[in-house]
Design a protein around this ligand. Structure first.
Ligand SMILES: Nc1ncnc2c1ncn2[C@@H]1O[C@H](COP(=O)(O)OP(=O)(O)OP(=O)(O)O)[C@@H](O)[C@H]1O
Ligand SMILES: [Mg+2]
Length: 403
């Protein structure tokens, strides 16, 4: 590894000496300057062109975050770390907004070294992009079944594809994925990074396979900056990420929808549900999301001669990708017990439908028993069907949204 040129700023001379001692022990770091005065730093950075800048930050704000913002504006590729005395969520968010790469609270020498090693590997100006694909569930209307679908789909994706799956709750304090899974992570992502811990402290495996991350449990809405940091981190860790998105079109919601490989829009088969789906499509259009990333998922059987999945597709001029059966007693009992249907009622028609969806989304063929009573003819017919069928759409166009 090439050695990285580092500038250290801390107004407190004693603490600066401690950081200096730690840095001198790290073989891939070359400390080019350490200073106590923030005012001198922009000129120093222009002159020395460091790879990394470490800024000591004290409360009340000693100006560290302001300095970080200025340095990053002047040199967008520069990796800036904050070494903080204490953590406040508001400070962490401000630092992230400013473009700070790491916010460490009183790190041990080992933690400091680990953070610098992470950054030393990251190309300085590139936004981290991982291999994971994001599936976002979004409808502007509450009570549609979005969270139930998110939880069950994450489990089904893991079971059907054997890929690693992360499930993220982006509803802030209104989030309920923990209830659905009966899994209560001791801290949210924002709390973990606010304490200077690795974000993975907020990552909790459910016994069925996927891991749950609650983005924030005190904020009313999850900030877009949080989304922009959390989702790439999850994409590096998981092959598939399922996001339960805030029903409101907040900036965080829009940032998530833009990052998604597929946006699933659950639709109740009634007039209110149709109106909500129409609004979801409208919001997506206003933000220039490609129409082929949007997938309507109807919930319910519809009314005779009234709203059917077909009618919804025709009225909204957007094909219905999947249809889920209506089973309020089963869906409600699953939530109340904290045991998702895929785990508690794997034989139900709702669980079958979600698994079929997961296979489509993962780009896998259906593996149902051959049609036509078996035998070679039945097998051929089944093979013809799966090789000719379009994946997850009703308009004949393929929609293999995941790898
Ligand atoms: N497939 C389904 N058939 C019938 N009812 C369902 C189905 N899925 C979920 N429900 C019911 O819908 C209600 C809302 O579910 P859920 O919490 O998943 O929706 P939501 O859209 O996330 O709501 P909110 O975010 O406003 O709390 C629950 O009572 C649940 O039992
Ligand atoms: Mg919900």
């Amino acid at each position: 590894m090439d050695s990285k040129r580092v500038i250290l700023i801390d107004a407190n001379a004693e603490r600066r000496a401690t950081w200096r001692g730690h840095l001198q022990q790290i073989p891939f770091c070359q400390l080019v300057r350490d200073v106590g005065e923030m005012g001198r730093v922009p000129a120093l950075v222009r002159e020395q062109r460091p790879d990394l800048v470490l800024i000591g930050h004290e409360l009340p704000d000693s100006g560290g975050i302001h300095l970080a913002r200025r340095l990053i504006q002047e040199a967008p590729g520069l990796a800036v770390l904050i070494l903080a005395d204490a953590a406040r969520s508001e400070d962490v968010l401000q630092a992230l907004r400013a473009g700070v790469r790491e916010y460490l609270v009183r790190p041990t020498p080992h933690e400091l070294r680990a953070a610098l090693a992470r950054l030393a590997h990251v190309p300085a100006c590139a936004e981290p992009t991982g291999g994971g694909r994001l599936i976002a569930l979004f409808t502007p209307k509450g009570g549609t079944g979005q969270t139930s679908l998110a939880a069950n789909l994450a489990i089904a994706l893991h079971q059907e594809s054997r890929r690693s799956v992360g499930l993220v709750d982006l509803n802030g304090r209104a989030g309920q994925l923990d209830l659905h899974l009966d899994l209560y992570p001791p801290c949210s992502w924002l709390e973990a990074i606010g304490k200077g811990d690795s974000w993975e402290k907020a990552c909790h495996p459910h016994r069925s396979g996927p891991s749950l991350v609650v983005a924030s449990r005190c904020a009313d809405a999850v900030a877009p900056e949080a989304v922009q940091h959390l989702l790439p981190a999850m994409a590096r860790r998981f092959e598939t990420i399922v996001a339960d998105v805030d029903h409101r079109p907040t900036p965080g919601t829009i940032a998530t929808l833009k990052a998604a490989a597929a946006v699933l829009i659950p639709v109740r088969l009634d007039l209110g549900g149709m109106r909500a789906a129409q609004l979801a499509l409208q919001i997506a259009q206003e933000h220039h999301l490609p129409a082929d990333r949007l997938h309507l998922v109807t919930i319910g059987a519809g009314t005779p001669g009234g709203l059917s999945p077909q009618a919804i597709g025709d009225i909204l001029k957007h094909p219905v990708a999947w249809r889920l059966p209506d089973d309020t007693p089963l869906a409600t009992a699953a939530i109340d017990r904290g045991v998702p249907l895929l785990v508690g009622e794997p034989g139900s028609s709702l669980a079958h439908a979600v698994r079929r969806m997961a296979r489509d989304l993962a780009g896998l063929a259906h593996d149902e028993a051959p049609a036509g009573g078996g035998g070679l003819q039945g097998l051929k017919e089944w093979w013809r069907r799966i090789t000719n069928r379009s994946v997850g759409r009703t308009d004949g166009r393929p929609s293999r949204v995941l790898r």
